[in-house]
Write a protein that binds this ligand. Sequence first.
Ligand code: ADP
Length: 497
Amino acid sequence: MRVLQVASEAAPFAKTGGLADVAGSLPAALERIGCSCTLVMPAYRQVFESGVAIEPAGVAFDVPVGQRHLRAEIFRSTLPGSNVPVYFVGNEACFDRPTLYGGAHDYHDNAERFILFSRAVMELAGRLEQPFDILHGHDWQAGLIPAYRQLLYAEHPAFARSATIQTIHNMAYQGTFWHWDMLLTGIDWKYFNWRQMECHGQLNFLKTGLVFADAITTVSPTYAGEIQSAPGGCGLEGVVASRTDVLTGIVNGIDTSGWNPQTDPLIPRHYSEADIAAGKDAAKIALAARLGHAAPDPRPLVSFVGRLAEQKGVDLLAEMISRVAGDGRAHFVILGTGDPGHEEALRRLAASFPGTVDVVIGFRELLAHLIQAASDIVLMPSRFEPCGLSQLYAFRYGAIPVVRATGGLVDTVVDTTPATLAAGTASGFVFRDFDSRGLEHALGRALDAHADVATWQQLVTSVMQQDWSWDASARKYLELYEQILSRPPAPPPELAE
Ligand code: ADP
């Protein structure tokens, strides 16, 4: 079985969020169970600055994008720690830029950039020696691939047997563009209709992927349910609901070599369940020094690492901390970047509670690891959360997550009650309603449990032993690939009258 993974970011080459973690781990996990994977992504400036050797592949071709022909120059590398070939679609004007998608505003030409990318992926796949059985695209940036497969490349010998999968990592990002960008896709105008590529008058890349793909996956079973109705479907709930026969939810795994307290080069002292206290103490000393404190705070360390976006419940977090920071029960550390309003509110919060609230604005891989290692409790008050990775990293580093019951957080965190403690399944503290009182109450329960040394020891030991590696998830993807290939080929897409 040969699978082409198509993603707009992948660790360690370029990353803005969890998608990069998935795209950087899944291909290697599939390779380990005998599935041959190739990864393709854009050749951003960040790729060349990633420290991994990238070389020209000696392949270049022109790609039609509307009336123009844009040059695609292909580079290649290997996914570190594996034999997975990685191809990068290069075009300096499109991808040699300071950020991946834009700053406070998206780049004005993102439609053109990802049309070039998707079309180049098809051209490249057609030129590689062996054809692919599965074209597996991630998020809106790869949403056109299933349509290209069915509408423009159906006759191409390289794709005669290939099936397409569209994975949704986050329904809130759909890649919507003004209708004239349809001309750039090279796909006939007749497909710009409400059943296929159009949504509220705009060209919608994610919808296109959902309509044309042979199968759809998303990153947790609970999220697969939530996106079939409003508000989870973010306007595409009808499309998702019409395709439940091909929809599967598969929880992400984590890269257990990069995120492993026993080997992590980014933390000062390696540790396991056996010497967690010593490991956390060393991490707390290192973190305190980085944050400009003379000594670590003896209070429990409660942290948040993530994008400062509405989705992550940053408003709840700020509201709750401003209420409880004066109690003196915990020390808070927040690391994130994103919405300028949230960034400012958090900076003000830190200024109001010096010595109790630390806020670092920026994207810092090292700090993300150090904070996980130093933390006792990790907060994820998400409005919605397709899968969430931070809670899985927290488990591994012996930190206990406090989460809202939504999406993948439901599928991965078990609330601590006398019954779940007795059964040995308790792994966190869960609250239901999206309000700061609920978060405050759940954090209060976590801090009470932390004060009870035996309970906390039991919790921490059991979460550190959980296995959230990619092995189980990769096996589910492989089963799905096999299932799709055993189905009869899909009929040509039906066109709206
Ligand atoms: P999402 O994909 O919605 O951003 P996830 O929880 O799935 O959320 O993944 C977030 C990933 O991004 C984690 O690996 C987390 O450590 C990382 N991350 C998010 N913000 C930052 C930041 N400011 N600095 C370093 N790492 C970050």
